[in-house]
Design a protein around this ligand. Structure first.
Ligand SMILES: Cc1cc2nc3c(=O)[nH]c(=O)nc-3n(C[C@H](O)[C@H](O)[C@H](O)COP(=O)(O)O)c2cc1C
Length: 188
């Protein structure tokens, strides 16, 4: 666990090794202010949501996700766009974390969303779908700024480092805005 004054849990919505979105999250972790740390949770470890499984008690990976969400001061999600929406693995993680509605760790959690795509719209549609999924669990999603990374193939190098200076600036601004948003909202 981090000793930083402000801890962000980072979740990437792609399981792909060379994922742009995992790379975007790594870039965010490099660009945070000194008192802020980004820790990540790998959603590929989660089972498919099944209400029968849930009724028998959360699997250990789900318990860990919920505990780490509860412990974090904020959540940062990097989402790919699949078929104009957010990938199933990411929705699956939100579905697990959203339960039960009365005590979900997403409730009043400050959240920021970003995303990268090789296409022209840079995950804009997926980000909207993700915002929608976070309404019912009562997460507090930062309205702006938006980080919509289009043409991702030109913005990362072959090692998955974010090389585009403008995008690096946008990611830094987003993290700073998330910290300010969380402080403004205060502890729940
Ligand atoms: C099932 C599937 C659906 C996709 N649909 C979209 C889409 O709607 N819009 C888009 O911009 N890219 C789409 N793509 C391309 C992804 O943006 C691209 O694969 C991207 O690299 C995925 O994110 P990642 O690099 O983080 O894994 C799709 C890819 C897959 C595999």
């Amino acid at each position: 666990m981090s000793s930083a004054a402000f801890t962000i849990l980072g979740v990437a919505g792609s399981l792909r090794r060379q994922s742009y979105n995992r790379a975007l999250l790594r870039a965010a972790a490099e660009l945070v202010p000194p008192h802020v740390a980004i820790e990540t949770f790998d959603i590929g470890r989660l089972p498919h949501f099944n209400q029968d499984v849930e009724a028998e008690g959360d699997p250990p990976e789900v318990r860990e996700l919920k505990e780490r969400l509860r412990a974090a001061d904020a959540l940062l999600i990097a989402t790919p766009e699949y078929n104009w929406s957010t990938p199933g693995v990411l929705k699956n993680a939100i579905d697990w974390a959203s339960r039960p509605p009365s005590s979900t760790p997403l409730k009043h959690k400050p959240v920021a969303i970003m995303g990268a795509s090789p296409g022209l719209l840079g995950t804009a549609r997926a980000q909207l779908a993700l915002r929608q999924a976070l309404i019912f669990p009562d997460a507090w999603v930062l309205p702006n700024p938006q980080v919509v990374v289009m043409g991702a193939a030109d913005k990362f190098d072959e090692n998955g480092s974010l090389t585009d200076e403008r995008t690096r600036g946008s990611v830094r601004n987003l993290v700073e805005a998330l910290v300010a948003w969380a402080r403004r909202l205060g502890p729940d």
